[in-house]
Design a protein around this ligand. Structure first.
Ligand SMILES: *Cc1c(COP(=O)(O)O)cnc(C)c1O
Length: 368
């Protein structure tokens, strides 16, 4: 057992009774697929992000894949995304049949948009920036590039709920965006679930068809789709939690600021630059450490459950070898894999726990 644990799920759902009572009422109606709780959640999620439409789907991965499919993307096409992302981004692109094309990141952990133009070819059919850690890609520059080349942007906002670039919410920049409600995300449910948001009425209609086998009604198939509906049961959990999203975000930002102050100026440790035009929502609180592996072990040995997101760059993974990237292709991503370390930053963390983390890291940096 750790004194400072990473997962807060036991605290978050320590009193499941009100949710279970709601689920009991759902069971009494038999409204299990695309019913009232799903419609309610979609309405509230669209309001939360400030978009016209939210479409509940089966997972965050599907929330990325389905808009690409709605754009008609498939075999022979290319989709540009960030080299240092979670596997699901690249997996969602690959699942459509398109080729994922990677560009390196910068110390915001997001795609370095200065590399995007060089990656565009005649086959590029979409750009998928990833709002990794709750930071935000330079959406001003990226949207200008995308518009110049007439390429749609689909945001991977799975880690970025309520984050903003220049006052504009993640999820509202491109034609569509995907969010995840996975248990490890800032707004989370009791299993797999995701949401696509869009301001485009045509995209909305297509997504609603695609997630439900392309069925216009019980007898007619309008397009080829799949089965990826937001589960009604998970929508009940989502409806219970969604009202807390702003408070969850506020707490994470506050906790991060406390860490930033406590960890500033330590030898061998670097807090990433905080960009004034970005609202970072701290899905992850990540810093750079020169002797990262030693610090990581020191934390675990001293009761702090730190994490590494992620120790092996995707492009160097066995399962992605066929993309054909040679070692060293993405030097910043490589450096991050060696230097990043994450500390718990969730809304249930106490100040005493944060002090334990800060004190432990300070001790390590000052040679114990
Ligand atoms: C979690 C996550 C996903 C996928 O979400 P799932 O709900 O797990 O399918 C995609 N991209 C990023 C960056 C994520 O963190």
């Amino acid at each position: 057992m750790y004194d400072v644990r990473y997962s807060y799920l036991l605290e978050q759902f320590s009193d499941p009774a009100p949710i279970l009572a709601e689920i009991g009422r759902l069971v009494a109606t038999g409204d299990f697929t695309l019913g009232k709780p799903v419609a309610e959640f979609e309405k509230r999620f669209a309001e939360l992000i400030g978009v016209r439409h939210a479409i509940g789907v089966g997972s965050g991965t599907d929330a990325l894949k389905l808009p690409l499919k709605a754009l008609g993307i498939g075999h022979g096409d290319e989709v540009i995304t960030a080299a240092n992302t979670f596997i699901a981004t690249v997996g969602a692109i690959a699942e459509t049949g398109a080729k994922p094309v990677l560009v390196d990141c910068d110390d915001s952990f997001c795609m370095n948009v200065d590399y995007v133009e060089a990656a565009i070819t005649a086959k590029t059919k979409a750009i998928m920036p990833v709002q990794l850690t709750g930071e935000v890609t330079d959406m001003g520059k990226l949207m200008a590039i995308a518009q110049r080349h007439n390429i749609p942007v689909v945001e991977d906002a799975c880690q970025g709920i309520l984050s903003e670039f220049a006052g504009k919410r993640s999820g509202t920049h491109g034609i569509a965006a995907g969010f995840s409600l996975h248990p490890l995300k800032n707004l989370n449910v009791w299993g797999d679930a995701g949401v696509v948001v869009t301001n485009d009425d045509g995209m909305n209609e297509k997504l609603r068809l695609i997630r439900n086998h392309g069925m216009k009604n019980r007898d007619e198939i309008a397009i080829l789709g799949c089965n990826s509906r937001l589960d009604s049961l998970q929508a009940v959990v989502g409806n219970w939690l969604i009202g807390q999203t702003s408070e969850i975000t506020r707490r994470r930002i506050e906790n991060a600021a406390y860490y930033d102050a406590g960890l500033a100026g330590l030898p061998g440790l670097r807090v990433p630059p905080r960009r004034p035009n970005v609202k970072h929502v701290y899905h992850l609180y990540m810093v750079f450490a020169e002797r990262r592996d030693e610090l990581y072990k020191y934390c675990l040995d001293n009761g702090i459950e730190a994490k590494i997101h992620y120790p092996i760059p995707l492009y160097q993974q066995e399962g992605l070898k066929h993309l054909g990237y040679a070692p060293g292709t993405f030097p910043v991503t490589d450096r991050h894999a060696k230097e990043v370390i994450s500390f718990p930053v969730d809304q249930h963390l106490t100040r005493a726990q944060q002090d334990r983390v800060i004190e432990t890291v300070r001790k390590f940096c000052h040679g114990r």
